[in-house]
Design a binder for this molecule. Sequence first.
Ligand SMILES: Cc1cc2nc3c(=O)[nH]c(=O)nc-3n(C[C@H](O)[C@H](O)[C@H](O)COP(=O)(O)OP(=O)(O)OC[C@H]3O[C@@H](n4cnc5c(N)ncnc54)[C@H](O)[C@@H]3O)c2cc1C
Length: 589
Amino acid sequence: MIHKFDAIVVGAGGAGLRCALELSQHNFNVAVLSKLYPVRSHTGAAQGGIGAALGNEEPDSPEWHFFDTVKGSDYLGDQDVIQVMCEEAIEAVLELEHFGLPFDRTADGKIAQRQFGGHTRNFGEGPIKRAAYAADRTGHMILHTLFEQCTKHKVRFFNEFYALDLLIDGDTCRGVVAYELATGEVHVFQARTTFLGTGGYGRAFSITSNALAYTGDGMAICLRRGLPLEDMEFVQFHPTGLRKLGILVSEAARGEGGILRNREDLDNVGSGKDGFMAAVAPTVKDLAPRDMVSRAMYNEIIAGRGMEGTRDTGSDYLVLDLVHLGEKVINEKLPDISHFARKYLAVEPITEPIPVQPTAHYAMGGVPTDVDGRVQLNAKLQAVNGLYAAGEVACASVHGANRLGTNSLVDIVVFGRRAGKSMTQYLQDSEFGRISGEPDGFVLGEIDRLKNGSGKEKVAELRRAMQKTMMAGVGVYRTKQTITESRDTVMELRRRYQEVAISDQSNFFNTELVEALELGFLLDVAWMIAESALNRTESRGAHSREDFKERDDKNWLKHTFITLAGDEKVEFDYKPVVITKFQPKPRVY
Ligand SMILES: Cc1cc2nc3c(=O)[nH]c(=O)nc-3n(C[C@H](O)[C@H](O)[C@H](O)COP(=O)(O)OP(=O)(O)OC[C@H]3O[C@@H](n4cnc5c(N)ncnc54)[C@H](O)[C@@H]3O)c2cc1C
């Protein structure tokens, strides 16, 4: 079936919904496609907060936020774009408030704010309260608020439609091809302009905070159509995933005063005394940026101060102590994460510390865009006509080598809106263009191969092997040897993927087929992460090479662009980092 819309938005998370809302307000014919029912998008899992220099609890300024984000990014973020984000964050949060988002309040009725990692006052003097929040359900509230607004503005939703390909004609995008889960039908959506807000790829790793649907689809679709991906080596590991499960314990827990402890420090549980982070980052302690905290945790474990096991077994962990915060703070400000600790680990955070370990959390890299969400055709800033992206799938690049907590929720609303505005401009004088050949040919071929192939490979087995090797070789610490092993394993798994055959032949909610398609995307993305990590011979932000321990600004103060150059070959190109105000300095907290 062929549909025709002025604009197609793929993804109904915060970025997609904010973009769709903008377009609908200009009376364009907009449709949102989402593989999940909209309010199941991962934005709904975001817990801790959205950062904006509102200054409601203490004096603050967008410039401090700008500085913190640049420093947090290990100077790889593009400063022109970061400045825009930090300035527009304030308006974006107030706009959410006016849409009806129930933020927590200060005693005098303003939006309440709390501390978060890497956010400081006066260019690094000490932690600042910058994260606006709704208990530990901030993302849930954002998602529902934006969904309500889209419904009010009559945005058309195609729920449980799985986008599998882009219609790229030369340097112009003409829409998408999607599979309808309820019927098995393949649809062609012709559009004058298309937006990708499909989120990240955390499921490439065995321990992750990410939802099952985080399978890197948007990135892989672009890659397969010859477009580049930017800075894929930078994968954020959040310090506090629930042990073995990876389910997130928000940084808000440390923002409220939580302290990480090692085995030798257990006598101090409940005392509120400093833990090992005080020596690593004397000014901000447990609120150092995530890359530093995750590394510090591994260092504790390597030094034999973890709670159990060795580094190789992956069973090591540390603990997060909230006991001194008291029952009221824990229950009122951190209700969801306390519930997770009770439910999944049978640990009572009011009286016991919570077992935690670093968990794959966020994609700093992705589909390269400019400040208005235009997708880049190459490192030379040429844009793909009509194609836009924002949110976790994209790389603008505001997060550089390491994202600060609360900056993703800002990213999705600020750049979702900017992309929407830019798309309305583009729509003023663009045409539908012609779609030639068989637009759904590639997708139909892939589905046919998976359903009717004679191969013997199984999706679950390949996926497990990929997740294990990525965690082991391209995790918090990496070396040439570990990355090469993981890269080779992933390439072998890609070959075996060609022999995958599924048993479910039905057209009705064929989840086996969906999982097989998702695995194909994940394998491509995992391969790009490994190749990019191997290529960057320095340590910066979340990319820590044990064989190249130092940051190397002389050779590597630049963005990586990776593209496919054949079935098993990649090519690299580079884009300079935009530095407007803050010159790179050593990162001390
Ligand atoms: C547990 C957790 C807690 C977090 N807490 C915070 C926090 O406190 N503060 C903060 O700033 N950030 C936080 N983050 C990060 C932040 O929530 C995400 O980066 C952000 O919400 C991503 O939004 P998005 O709109 O890009 O994608 P998502 O919200 O994930 O939406 C992706 C959408 O794309 C759709 N989709 C994907 N692929 C396809 C396809 N092929 N076809 C059709 N549809 C598709 C999905 O159905 C979904 O609707 C957290 C993340 C996690 C995992």
